[in-house]
Design a protein around this ligand. Structure first.
Ligand SMILES: [Zn+2]
Ligand SMILES: [Zn+2]
Length: 395
């Protein structure tokens, strides 16, 4: 056992105040104390240490609670290393989060992604929670097990009613992601439930990024477009019940080393590829050349690509292609972009009721009875799947 692991074990028992220690090993879960994903899976593993100004998290990507398969992909052990700045700073401009792949890591060593799925439904980037392809902890398997939202009850072992929530994750820019409850001021005289400032415009089933718009709101509970704020205690993010659930963008500078796949054993024949890098906005020259190739107006193409409205959310070429009424491949070709592989197939999305504001239930539970709905964990971290879901709340 490595020395850092012993350090982590000792730190887990420390009170919350110890979170101010320079290296936040105590914030992470001692996953070895939990039952793990099940008898058929390796035990969860996490190591946390600090190297000068860098927080280093190594994990095998196995959840510390029972794995309930929702999407067709199996749960696989994936060794990853996450390196974040220990003292993050706000960047001059926010950076889009990747449309696919790691945005940060939760305190149990499981990565979290953005608020859209890749290729479910193909070729869109729908809201995976709205499309009911998440388990009770808002995780599921694709290339690896990952979250699209964070459930405090699945991660935090010590929640005190009326107090601000603990840290649940770190973004790739190094800023902490807290649970839903926040101090409303510097002295923390008032605690509020943090709220997203993204407004739902339409059904996010196919293209989540086009279905929500950021509209700044008044009030200490409302977060900025990245889902963060600073009331004088230092910038941080909060999870929210509604979109974008975790991060809407990076307020700091994302580390390029957040979630690199660790070198696999020699027997597996060399390194595997990580998630594809996010698409960068095309240059003005690329747009002009593509417009000529497609025989359309340059301005119309720029507008369809949402380059003209101050957007900072990830590029969504599928949505742009639909706006233009052309094939996604044709648009990517014209822009000189490499083709994207088809995303992982999921079960057909559950359609929301006509005219309904929210989906009838946040997730389905279990694969033996796909119609069973329910949520929550038992005290020993078993997923309970049989409780009825009423108006988005567990019965
Ligand atoms: Zn996903
Ligand atoms: Zn806060």
């Amino acid at each position: 056992m490595k020395p850092v692991w012993i350090l982590l074990l000792a730190a887990v028992a420390a009170p919350l105040a110890a979170q101010q220690s320079p290296c936040p090993t105590d914030v992470f879960l001692d996953v070895g104390r939990f039952p793990g994903a099940g008898d058929d899976y390796p035990k969860p593993h996490i190591e946390v240490e600090c190297e000068e100004d860098t927080l280093v998290v190594r994990s095998n990507g196995i959840p510390h609670y029972e794995f309930i398969q929702i999407t067709p992909n199996p749960l696989l052990e994936t060794d990853r290393e996450y390196r974040f700045p220990l003292r993050p700073e706000l960047a001059e401009m926010p950076t889009p989060i990747p449309l696919l792949g790691t945005v940060g890591v939760a305190i149990n060593g499981i990565p979290f992604f953005g608020p859209n799925e890749g290729g479910v439904p193909y070729p869109g980037f729908g809201d995976p929670i709205y499309n009911s392809i998440m388990d009770a902890c808002m995780g599921h398997t694709a290339r690896e097990y990952h979250y699209h939202a964070l459930v405090q009850a699945c991660l935090a072992v010590d929640i005190k009613p009326g107090e601000p929530s603990p840290i649940l994750a770190y973004g790739a820019d190094g800023f902490a992601v807290y649970g839903p409850y926040s101090c409303a001021d510097q002295d923390c005289a008032t605690v509020v439930k943090a709220k997203s400032s993204w407004k739902k415009l339409r059904d996010p089933e196919i293209d989540a990024w086009d279905a929500f718009r950021y509209e700044p709101q008044q009030g200490p509970e409302y977060l900025d477009r990245c889902n963060g704020h600073d009331h004088g205690e230092g910038y941080h993010y909060h999870v929210t019940e509604s979109w974008p659930y975790i991060l809407g963008c990076f307020s700091g500078t994302p580390s390029p080393d957040a979630g690199r796949e660790a070198a696999p054993p020699v027997s597996q024949g060399g390194p595997r590829r990580g998630p594809p890098p996010p698409d960068q906005p095309p240059s003005a020259e690329q747009v002009a050349a593509a417009a000529e190739r497609l025989g359309i107006d340059t301005e119309a193409l720029a507008e369809a690509l949402r380059l003209t409205d101050g957007r900072i959310d990830p590029m969504n070429f599928a949505a742009s292609a639909r706006t233009l009424g052309i094939e996604l491949g044709a648009l990517r070709d014209a822009l000189g972009l490499p083709a994207r592989r088809r995303g992982p197939a999921g079960p057909p999305p559950a359609r929301p009721p006509a005219g309904g504001e929210e989906p009838p239930c946040r997730f389905r539970c279990g694969t033996s009875d796909p119609n069973a709905v329910g949520c929550g964990l038992t005290p020993d971290y078993k997923v309970v799947c049989t409780r009825p879901c009423d108006n988005n709340k567990c019965g």
